[in-house]
Design a protein. Sequence first.
Length: 161
Amino acid sequence: MHGLDIGISDTPFEVAGVLTSQFDLFAAAVAGSLVALFALFFRYTGTGLSFRAVADDQFAALAVGLRLPRVWAAVWTASGIVALVGGLLWGARLGVQFSLSLVVLKALPVLVLGGFDSITGAIVGGLLVGAIEKLERSMLVHSLAAASKPGPPMSRHWRSS
């Protein structure tokens, strides 16, 4: 595995008693900016409207004169840009490696919870899966820390009635 340096510091800082990574805030800002940019793009540009038309009904889009090969080329270009940004952020956070099985294992519950056809649902599903993952990790760390403290086992502190 090779680390990818994009020049963003990963030093934590404290905000209201919570440690936050500068890189994580940067990645969240980039993701939020991309979502806002694409929402505006799909709503107010001719290319974005043609994307929506082709996604809704290809035959109707063809009937009104949209050039499907050109629209599909633009769709693949846009998806490549999103994949590039996501890959750069992922590589900077966890390194570059061949296996992406962990990404797929995290993406599947996001899609199932958020829905396959809803951007808002995917965002909510991603936030939910991320929050559950962080909560589980912190609970695991606390339980391991409690288990590693010297002293009698927890079962000796319980009283039997």
